[in-house]
Design a binder for this molecule. Structure first.
Ligand code: SF4
Length: 332
């Protein structure tokens, strides 16, 4: 199947590239390919405080071991999250399964030197909220091995479904239905090898709603209760928190709701400064400049027995990292 998309612009970051892609009717979407950055001990500080990309290059993980890709699932997004720049791009529609896979093909054609990869983690949340386009997103995930074969690559995919879990989707599904279908797909079709991440960002539901631009989403307590009632294998469900100044992230509260390390892990994320986060006065409470803050949150989650991971961006990677920023620039 021919690609229904073409590259309009490519932006380079020290660890990869962001592609602004044009659809036949002229709308712009984004997809990305990045390498992971390995940071341990002393190199951790060296990388996160680096302004020189050559420092990041020294610590790039080989493509064969890990590769990080993202694709868009909608043109724009119907939500208005305060920390995200996708709402700057007008919401138009859901992408078809082929339009989603065309981005995967485009990324593979742009990287002929990546012949094999043991863990290609591909996120379906560059631009767009995948819950609104569930059928096409799950089918696109299932078609990834065929696309790799077609491009003569030896790739072991790890699809990643990252969602704010809207209470009602554009297709009329409830957020709980989406939760159930994604977990079923994870366990039945992918034998547990799917990464399911729920964007939480705060443990206070009123604050969450405000950060999500007023969107009604599935409460975290309901997510925890539902996941606890299901069999979860291989990859636990990840609760994501972008750490923002003055925003409650309370490990004890989640533990009382039933969160355990058996079914869950927590991912702490540094806020990438965006146009909209500036407009709403949202500031990072932990990033490359005050890394100790990550460790304080990590300690609180470890105390309740829940593993934590965090990607600390390097100072020189921040610009342009947030979804939608570059498509917005290219459209004006
Ligand atoms: S964070 Fe996700 S759901 Fe929110 S506006 Fe951005 S793309 Fe949409």
């Amino acid at each position: 199947m021919g690609a229904a998309v073409k590259t309009k612009n490519v932006y380079y970051l020290p660890s990869g590239r962001i592609f602004v892609v044009e659809l036949p009717e002229g709308d712009l979407i984004e997809c990305t390919e990045m390498r992971d950055v390995s940071m341990h001990g002393k190199s951790h500080r060296e990388v996160r405080e680096a302004s020189d990309p050559r420092v990041v290059w020294k610590h790039l993980v080989p493509y064969e071991d890990k590769w990080l890709l993202t694709v868009s699932t909608q043109i724009g997004c119907p939500h208005q999250c305060q920390f995200c720049d996708v709402p700057k791009v007008n919401f138009v529609r859901n992408l078809s399964e082929n339009e989603i896979l065309s981005q995967v093909r485009l990324l593979l054609h742009a990287t002929p030197y990546v012949e094999r990869c043991n863990k290609a983690k591909i996120g379906f949340a560059r631009m767009g909220e995948p819950a609104h386009n569930l059928k096409n997103v799950l089918w696109a995930m299932r078609s990834l091995p065929a696309v790799a074969d077609e491009c003569h690559r030896d790739i072991k995919w790890l699809p990643c479904f990252n969602s704010i879990l809207p209470a009602k989707t554009l297709e009329g599904k409830s957020g709980m239905d989406v939760l159930g279908e994604v977990i079923d797909a994870k366990e039945v079709f992918f034998d547990g090898f799917m990464h399911f991440q729920v964007s939480c960002n705060s443990t206070n539901e009123d604050t969450r709603r405000k950060l999500f631009g007023g969107a009604s989403v599935v409460p975290i307590e309901d997510v925890i209760k539902f996941v606890n009632s299901k069999k979860i294998t291989m990859r636990t469900v990840t609760l994501n928190f972008i750490l923002m100044d003055g925003v409650e992230v309370d490990a004890e509260k989640l533990s009382k709701m039933g969160m355990t390390g058996e079914k869950f892990m927590v991912k702490l994320i540094a806020l990438n400064r965006t146009n909209r986060s500036d407009e709403f006065g949202i500031k990072a409470s932990a990033n490359y400049s005050n890394y100790d803050e990550f460790e304080k949150y990590e300690a609180a989650f470890k105390k309740v027995g829940v593993p934590v991971c965090y990607d600390a961006v390097a100072r020189c990677e921040e610009a342009g990292l947030c979804c939608g920023q570059l498509a917005y620039i290219d459209q004006i």
